[in-house]
Design a protein around this ligand. Structure first.
Ligand code: SF4
Ligand code: SF4
Length: 337
């Protein structure tokens, strides 16, 4: 993988040049938090961001979108309306979240809407330093080797920039004059020193070794009722989690004629109606069962299928759940420590 060097003073000029590819988004402050916002003005870019409210999945699987419009027996897919975008400032854990979504949406039954958005979205990663809620080192998601087009590693005065795809290579060539190709030995030393320092900043550690077995042993544990009694079924944990992919489909009919739009929108297995089937039976009537399912998916089913948890250690559920049900409190309770 090619590595280049970009002086920090050249970052904005470089990002400006990417407008020929598409709209530019990046971390923007919103009250006390951060979002991925559109950067019509690069002064809005705020690189102090540690985590955004919603993850980068909102660009690849929007909270609500039309899949096609229909009239009578004809339909028209809305694929051509998918815009080209550059998302700058995506942290390594989030890129791992995208790799998990790739498995879900691209492997067994490729989803054309996700496929098209992934193709039209340039992912520009950025290194980060954890806070007390982040545990990406425990999940092995604090570095990236794939899933991005460019990855910027911030050092003192410059970024080391990894080129991760042919699109990334094309994007670099838009302003090759701003990049240096000659990486010096002192740059390597600075990078290695930064790595050790950054690794030492992870205060929260969550060992997920053997979680499928631990989940199995806890299948009938009273902890599920304890969490279920507190749970509000608000679904916020699913909305903010970079790896939660569930959605529902509904037809929005126009008031006249046999026409309308088929929409897809985010859904959550934490919502009561999620597991209702024809005839009205609900497979997960109570909250304890729904909390158990959410964590079974993350900590057992996904590991069994793909060899790693469907958690990338971003800390959003820790930051978001109003009643303190999150990956940290649940894993701790499951282990009985
Ligand atoms: S389970 Fe929590 S910490 Fe893990 S990826 Fe989802 S929101 Fe982030
Ligand atoms: S676990 Fe927390 S965030 Fe998730 S649905 Fe329950 S109350 Fe809401």
């Amino acid at each position: 993988m090619k590595v280049l060097k970009l002086q920090k003073r050249n970052l904005n000029s470089y990002l400006e040049s990417l407008r020929v590819f598409g709209e530019i988004y990046g971390p923007v402050r919103k009250d006390e938090k951060y979002i991925y916002g559109q950067l019509d003005d690069l002064d809005k870019l705020d690189l102090r961001m540690l985590r955004t409210i919603l993850p980068v999945k909102k660009f690849l699987v929007p909270p609500k979108f039309n899949t096609f419009s229909f009239e009578g027996y004809t339909y028209k897919p809305e694929l051509e309306k998918i815009p080209r975008r550059v998302i700058f400032g995506v942290h390594p854990c989030e890129i791992h979240g995208l790799l998990i979504l790739d498995k879900f949406f691209l492997e067994r039954f490729p989803d054309p809407y996700y496929q098209e958005r992934r193709k039209n979205t340039a992912i520009l990663g950025l290194s980060c330093v954890p806070d007390e809620k982040c545990f990406a080192k425990s999940t092995g998601t604090h570095f990236v080797e794939s899933g991005f087009d460019l990855a910027f590693n911030e050092l003192q005065d410059f970024y080391l920039v990894w080129v991760g795809s042919s699109l990334g290579d094309d994007l670099v060539r838009l302003r090759l004059d701003l990049f240096e190709e000659d990486i010096k030995e002192r740059d390597l030393h600075e990078y290695m020193k930064w790595r050790s320092w950054r690794d030492s900043q992870y205060k929260l550690k969550l060992d997920m070794t053997g979680m499928p077995d631990i989940m199995e042993l806890n299948y009938n544990s009273p902890i599920w009722k304890k969490f279920g009694d507190k749970d509000l079924s608000c679904g916020a944990c699913s909305m903010v989690c970079p790896t939660c992919p569930c959605y529902n489909v509904r037809d929005q009919l126009k008031p006249v004629g046999n026409s309308g739009e088929r929409q897809r929108h985010w859904d959550s297995c934490m919502f009561k109606p999620f597991a209702v089937v024809a005839g009205g039976h609900n497979f997960r009537e109570n909250r304890a069962e729904r909390v158990k399912l959410w964590y079974t998916h993350k900590l057992k089913a996904f590991i069994t299928e793909f060899g790693k948890p469907a958690c990338v250690g971003c800390g959003r559920c820790i930051d978001t759940c109003p009643v303190d049900i999150n990956i940290k409190t649940v894993v701790t309770a499951l282990k009985g420590v």
